[in-house]
Design a protein around this ligand. Sequence first.
Ligand SMILES: Nc1nc2c(ncn2[C@@H]2O[C@H](COP(=O)(O)OP(=O)(O)OP(=O)(O)O)[C@@H](O)[C@H]2O)c(=O)[nH]1
Ligand SMILES: [Mg+2]
Length: 433
Amino acid sequence: MDTFYSPDPARERALLVGVSSSPELNRTTVEEYLDELAFLADTAGADVEATIIQERAVKDPAWLIGRGKVEEISHIVKGGEIDLVVFDDDLSPVQARNLEKVLECKVLDRTELILQIFALRAKSAQAKMQVELAQLEYLLPRLTRMWTHLSKQKGGIGTKGPGETQIETDRRLVRKRISQLKKKLDGVMLQHATQTSDRRGTPRVALVGYTNAGKSTLMNRLCPSAEAYAENRLFATLDTRTRRLELKINKTVLLSDTVGFIRKLPHHLVECFRSTLDEVLQADFLLHVIDISHPGYEDQMQVVRRTLEEIGVKHNHIIEVFNKIDAVEDPAVLRGLREKYPDAVFVSAVRGLNVQALKDAVSDFVGRDYRERSLRTHVSNYKLIGYLYDHAEVLEKRYVDEDVILRYRAHVNSLQRIDARVKSFGHEEQHVA
Ligand SMILES: Nc1nc2c(ncn2[C@@H]2O[C@H](COP(=O)(O)OP(=O)(O)OP(=O)(O)O)[C@@H](O)[C@H]2O)c(=O)[nH]1
Ligand SMILES: [Mg+2]
């Protein structure tokens, strides 16, 4: 196909297809979904030339859409304008094979597109392995289709990616590679567990949220040394990054930036990114970053909540952070939101608005998990006294005869170790109400 008409020959030209099955999924919602699909396609390196919505209550098992619509799409594709057709709905291996045969161009579904972006964006060895695993697991039941699919094309979306070097081999080899990758990733998990046990004691906070909500920008704002990569693209971040965030003396938390979520995040990916998402599970609490300038932000909040549930996160440990307040023009909208979500913190990560309020909210939240203790010991016990000054926040020091009475405060995560240390000096700590 000639590329003469394409403004950038390196980019492919895509046609997007959505299915509206009213009343559950009305046309406006499908249009919103297609906007997001267009953003995904753009991130993957394609320009969207056209979108088509089919209104249809029942999905066709052989084609997903109606035969007439397939003809309409085929006509456009053969008109020479389109390199690939992307469906917002998942295609079964049979549907994908049938469509590819008739349309004679690449056919992808949303899951494949997301996998593709993850493959393009993965930088660390761990992320690369996780993506490869997800791609191979997706590929396995579709191996026959991909064989023909790949032999016809060179380069572009849907062809790159680590999994595909394996396609010319057979299922047995793919399975072998899957088990190799799983073993390697288990090793990474173990290493990770050892590393994080060193950080025991310091409360851990993870930034979570829909992709492009501004998590990495907020991370950079809170911890300027983080230098996290932030961009107006979906899935800019695939690796977790952890930095210390100093709130007050003796109140430090470890803040982690994590991979973003999206509607219909492929199950394979969630499974394969377990070790990255482990940061979210291990966190003492979460900052859920929400882009309130996005028209579908409430839907996005629901998607994030559901995904968190899916990975097993408890609900009462979340602070909602409404980001991009600078991009909301109508002050009445902001006022309404503040009333509706009185516990949320409203910030602009880019402009640095209200960041101190967020730090205070984190500080208060962490403060809930601090406990007070008191200890009476001989003044010569300077080792123990020094230990408490290093590991807890000493609130008060009083002298009685030759003893010193210390009232101190520490996070529950560190208390076990502090209590054990106090006991090892032959003392019993006293709990302060
Ligand atoms: N107007 C405005 N834009 C923002 C704000 N915070 C972030 N952005 C922009 O939103 C885009 C996405 O920001 P990121 O920080 O990469 O978002 P993320 O949540 O880390 O995204 P992923 O890593 O892809 O999941 C970038 O273009 C940022 O400049 C904000 O407060 N206001
Ligand atoms: Mg990010």
